[in-house]
Design a protein. Structure first.
Lengths: 489, 207
């Protein structure tokens, strides 16, 4: 900071104004002190052209009105460097007589650049807040004083920020009646205990008359006054609507998938019942006829024998139908078996059931060892077996979530072994053996065919399926499938 | 029993095992049975003179048993029907019974239920056939009447006195009496009441 003085300014207009500069002022302007104080003309020439008129005007005003001045102008130094220079001047009065001016000159370039930077930052922040619908604020919970409220913070409630700061009471007036009690209680608790607070979702009446959903996070400002908090408030209305919509779609999707599954099983069961009832009816009726032939007097043994043969035949036919149904799961049509990338298939199923798992807060983990053999199988059947076991595992954790772990590897015989483990409710102690029986279900809407089909598929490949209880909670289902080479043989 | 003819039970079911079993059961109680895999086969067979009934499976390859019931009605084949099905539901059985089925049984059924239904159906057919035979007989007698006799018969059964009939047809009361005596004889009616009943059966009041 340098100082200057002028004996003529305000008294007599001349080109040099009888001015004095301290060395620092010369330094600031990049002038040589040896050449003496600059003429007014040289001085003005050193000012940036855009600021020149303003400065000339200010000097003139000082001269005419003898008022004080404080002006920042850009100075272009002889070497071309631009500096922001602040000039402050005071009229000197001694014993009521005006004696000219004195003042200070300082280089405020760093400060000015910082201020500009700050202004830019503020503008960016304000833009960002406006785009993200996030407002920032500082508020004293104890005194109720709103220390800071960003423009966006006012806009969240529908207020126009250009009209100056919005009083805290007006913001609080927008609270939804049903949310006000818990919001105020949470704030009071934070203020009492000096802890941070989080209001995940509360409703306000926007000035447009519609309800908005807001979320606020408040952080206790430890360096501030007691009760002082800084924080942000964001408008989550859109997000909430989108979430609701997504949830609704998910619900529909899930219901649809379940309905399809139930319907498919229902139709399968009905078709099966019809096919099996035919030979059973024929067998029963033949047995009835047989008894009637025997009741003849004398008994008609010839006809009775023929009827007995039909009882036998039709009974076997019923069994054949059931067997052919198992065969349906066993092989499909030949040629559908191909070398299946087991680890890839498991990963696929994980992706497929991710949404379903997330709904019940279930995390799916995989531990797929590199020695997991690929197997010769019908890919769809393998998917079906995996899906049934995974859905059961998710089902077991639907209250409270958990972790579903699928691991794969090779057993001592080199066969593929897959284990699906849950941390759910586990299996009932009694009757656990009957879970593979057809139509056995513990679920209100279960078909009771999932495990039956899974076992049928696994056994058709010469594999085995079983379960073990976990040490902590839940159960693990395992199945083995002979490796590719063996299955081919 | 009125005649020695053995009634026939027709069976239509696409399942050979069921056909054989029902045929055997029916024969074990001394009735005749004929089986068909489709409704079409049954329609090709000439109609029988003896009482008969039809045991019909609801699920047939080409058309359902219920549709076949409709078709029989359309082509004028009147045979009492007993439906059998491996998965019947209530609406289906209600529909069948409303359309005149004797019984609706689900497989596997009790043999006695089927045999009872068959007896009931044959009884119904027998009654229908007797009624039909009587009507045929009456129609034959009626055809033997002269135009004038038919005219007089219509007026007699509508309860008009002889002298009014005479006035109506422009003849003497004595002539009416002769016509009346002759038509009673030709129709083999012993009394006016019997003649009225015959008129009902011939549906004369509607002509």
């Amino acid at each position: 900071m340098g100082s200057w003085a002028s004996r003529d300014l305000g008294i007599r207009w001349s080109d040099d104004l009888d001015i004095y500069w301290s060395d620092e002022v010369y330094n600031i302007f990049g002038f040589d002190p040896k050449t003496g104080p600059p003429k007014l003309q040289d001085f003005v020439s050193a000012i940036h052209p855009q600021d020149r008129a303003r400065l000339s005007e200010a000097i003139k005003t000082m001269h005419e009105q003898r008022c004080k001045c404080d002006l920042t102008s850009r100075v272009v130094r002889p070497d071309g460097e631009i500096r922001f220079v602040r000039c402050v001047g005071f009229p000197m009065v001694e014993d009521g007589v005006f004696q000219g001016y004195h003042g200070t000159t300082m280089d405020v370039t760093e400060q000015e650049l910082l201020t500009q930077e700050l202004r830019r930052e503020q503008a960016y922040l304000s833009d960002a807040q406006s785009m993200a619908h996030i407002g920032s604020w500082a508020y004293n919970l104890l005194t109720g004083e709103l220390l800071h409220s960003s423009d966006e913070n006012a806009r969240l409630y529908g207020f126009d920020p250009s009209g100056g700061p919005i009083p805290a009471e007006r913001l609080f007036d927008t609270q939804h009646k049903e949310d006000a009690p818990w919001v105020n209680a949470a704030l009071a608790k934070a203020a009492r205990e000096g802890t941070d607070f989080y209001l995940p979702e509360f409703r306000i009446w926007h000035t447009d008359g519609r309800i908005r959903f807001l979320r606020a996070i408040g952080h206790r400002n430890a360096s501030g006054e007691p009760g002082e908090y800084v924080g942000v408030t964001m408008d989550i209305t859109e997000r909430k609507r989108a979430e609701e919509e997504r949830e609704r779609l998910r619900q529909l999707e899930s219901e649809l998938a379940h309905t399809t599954r139930v319907n498919m099983m229902g139709e399968l069961a009905a078709a099966l019942a019809h096919e099996i009832k035919q030979p059973i009816a024929a067998s029963v009726t033949s047995a009835n006829a047989l008894l009637r032939w025997l009741a003849h007097d004398p008994p008609d043994l010839e006809r009775a024998r023929a009827a007995a043969a039909r009882v036998d035949r039709e009974g076997n036919r019923a069994a054949d139908i059931i067997n052919s149904l198992r065969a349906f799961y066993k092989t499909g049509t030949p040629g559908e078996r191909q070398l299946v990338d087991v680890r890839g298939t498991i990963e696929e199923m994980r992706v497929l059931l991710q949404t379903e798992a997330a709904r019940y807060s279930v995390t799916i983990r995989t531990e797929l060892k590199s020695d997991s053999p690929d197997i010769l199988a019908d890919r769809v059947q393998l998917q079906q077996a995996l899906m049934n076991l995974m859905l059961n595992a998710i089902e077991a954790m639907r209250e409270g979530g958990g972790v579903l772990t699928i691991s794969s590897g090779a057993n001592s015989e080199g066969h593929l072994i897959v284990s699906i483990s849950d941390t759910g409710v586990g299996l009932p102690a009694d009757g656990a053996d009957s879970i593979f029986e057809p139509f056995h279900t513990t679920k209100p809407q279960g078909t009771g065919m999932g495990l039956t089909i899974t076992r049928s598929i696994v056994e058709s490949y010469g594999g085995k399926v079983w379960f073990t209880a976990n040490q902590g909670s839940g159960a693990t289902f395992h199945f083995t499938l002979p490796g590719g080479a063996e299955a081919r043989a | 029993m009125k005649s020695a003819v053995v009634p026939t039970v027709f069976v239509i079911d696409d399942d050979g095992g069921i056909r054989q079993a029902i045929q055997d059961l029916v024969e074990s109680v001394g009735l005749r049975a004929e089986t068909f895999a489709t409704g079409g086969e049954f329609l090709k067979r000439p109609r029988t003179a003896e009482p008969s009934c039809l045991v019909l499976d609801v699920r047939l390859p080409q058309m359902s048993g219920l549709e076949f019931q409709q078709e029989l009605a359309e082509v004028g084949v009147r045979v009492p029907i007993i439906f059998i099905t491996a998965h019947g539901d209530i609406p289906m059985s209600v529909k069948a019974l409303k359309s005149g089925a004797v019984e609706f049984l689900t497989k596997p059924f009790r043999d006695q239920d089927l045999l009872d239904a068959i007896q009931q159906a044959l009884q119904r057919d027998r009654a229908a056939r007797e009624q039909l035979a009587e009507i045929n007989d009456l129609q034959e007698r009626y055809r033997a009447l002269t135009t004038r006799e038919r005219e007089v018969m219509a007026l007699v059964i509508s309860g008009i006195l002889n002298k009014h009939i005479a006035a109506k047809i422009g003849a003497s009361e004595a002539t009416v009496k002769i016509h009346r005596g002759r038509l009673m004889e030709k129709m083999r009616a012993d009394s006016l009441i019997e003649l009225v009943r015959m008129g009902d059966k011939l549906d004369l009041s509607r002509r």
